[in-house]
Ligand binder design. Structure first.
Ligand SMILES: *Cc1c(COP(=O)(O)O)cnc(C)c1O
Length: 436
């Protein structure tokens, strides 16, 4: 590999991004990749292996994005690659059932306590849309209650931020979403049981489902406060609403059986994605047979997908889940993550820089602020500027964090002592040399 100087290297990515932006809107296919919140041009990936990505300027970076949490086994895991090579020779899609789909569904039902039956989709967004449709069909009600700061994919009626109070009806967060489409979306603050109860007090008879990230991963990493999820379960039971856990990030990430297994709370429906596809496009939702039976072809709730249960994606999922079932790496992953976060905290303390590090299992976020994470909307521009500087200093030294302080960073089983050491060195340098 030819060594290039820094200037050339930066120009290379800037050039690639300029070219991408001619043909792709904003140069990307998903807005979070665009570096809008950290500034500058995104890096272009050439290839990846284990904990590292090689980018187009020839540098190797330690990756803490890990395809937004999908790759818990690391990039290009040998067993996954081998299985995919074999699978692809048998054809890439049939539009007919395969035994592979049954096998993945059996693995999911065996792992996730509340799931008896599964429907496979091609993304987490579709999984959430399917689960909400099932809940509405099952209850014969229209309204869905979500929480401020929780992300459930890009479906119209879930792209809703909180209004000014807990009982405010949903206002769309995106252009192109008719207000009518989100008028059945209710919003309450996360971890606020009293606020949630108030919404139920007003709309209890109309609420089909409460949907929640049982550990939030899209507003920084925010764990549920003790009693919050239990309280939601109780409220749903009292009012005949279904409880949907969106475990698209947390399923097979925090524990093999998801957050519901960790905390012993049974949702009625569970949404999965990311890890269950082992890096391929795959999602799933599932629940009790008695609830899922409203889905076509058994019931009248229609849901479909040409590539749903795609044999290549399903193969990657099966191998990934089997590896996880065998190795159960969760305690070890959490230990490594804790060590990393303690190191970051220590580096910040040494320089008198105020950080708030949130971590659950192998997920973490770093905020340069004394603010509570709940106040994420009011984080000052000074804090954002500090993160931007920190971010780019890390990137310069070979460490890739998720390009926004509100997006979670993820470790994989491929992240080892050496990565930790190099990352902490980079962190120390970033904090020492930059004014925060
Ligand atoms: C990523 C994500 C989704 C959407 O999944 P896609 O595969 O991107 O459509 C839904 N819910 C949560 C919690 C997520 O993190």
């Amino acid at each position: 590999m030819k060594k290039k100087n820094k200037k050339e290297a930066t120009q290379n990515h800037a050039m690639l991004f300029k070219e991408a932006s001619r043909y792709l809107v904003g140069g990307v296919n998903s807005p979070v990749r665009s570096f809008r919140s950290v500034g500058g041009d995104p890096v272009f990936v050439k290839q990846a292996k284990g904990s590292k990505i090689q980018v187009e300027d020839g540098r190797t970076l330690i990756d803490y994005c890990m395809s937004w949490g999908a790759l818990i086994l690391g990039h290009a895991h040998p067993e996954v690659v081998k299985a995919l090579e074999r699978a692809i020779r048998n054809g890439t899609s049939y539009g007919m059932p395969t035994r592979l789909e049954t096998e993945l569904a059996r693995l999911i039902a065996g792992a996730i306590p509340s799931v008896e039956q599964v429907r496979l989709t091609s993304s987490g967004t579709e999984a959430v849309m399917g689960a909400v449709r099932v809940a509405r069909a099952h209850t014969g009600r229209d309204k869905v209650l979500k929480f401020e700061g929780c992300y459930h994919g890009s479906a119209d009626y879930l792209l809703v931020k909180a209004g000014s109070g807990a009982t405010t009806l949903g206002i769309p967060d995106s252009l192109g979403v008719p207000a009518d489409f989100s008028k059945h979306t209710l919003v309450a603050p996360y971890n606020d049981l009293a606020g949630t109860r108030a919404v139920f007090h007003k709309y209890g008879q109309e609420i089909a489902a409460v949907i929640v990230e049982p550990v939030a991963g899209n507003m920084g990493v925010v764990p549920p406060e003790p009693g919050f999820l239990e309280g939601l379960r109780k409220l749903c039971d009292e009012h005949g609403a279904l409880l949907i856990f969106d475990e698209v990030i947390t399923g097979f990430r925090l524990r093999y059986g998801g957050v519901q297994d960790l905390f012993g709370i049974r949702p009625d429906l569970t949404c999965l994605g990311k890890i269950i596809g082992g890096g391929m496009p795959l999602g799933a939702f599932g629940g009790r047979r008695e609830v899922m039976k409203v889905l076509a072809p058994l019931g009248g709730a229609y849901q479909a997908g040409t590539l749903s249960g795609n044999p290549i994606a399903v193969t990657a999922g099966i191998i990934t889940l089997k590896c996880l079932a065998r190795s159960r790496p969760y305690r070890k992953l959490a230990g490594v993550t804790k060590k990393l976060c303690e190191g970051i905290q220590k580096a910040a303390n040494a320089e008198g820089v105020k950080v708030r590090i949130n971590t659950v299992g192998s997920m973490f976020t770093v905020f340069f602020t004394g603010l509570k994470v709940r106040d994420y909307k009011t984080a000052s521009s000074q804090d954002s500027a500090a993160f931007r500087k920190f971010y780019h200093a890390l990137l310069q030294t070979g460490v890739y964090f998720a390009p926004s302080p509100y997006e979670a960073n993820f470790l994989s089983v491929a992240h080892g002592e050496k990565d930790l050491h190099r990352t902490l060195q980079a962190v120390r340098r970033a904090i020492q040399t930059r004014e925060m």
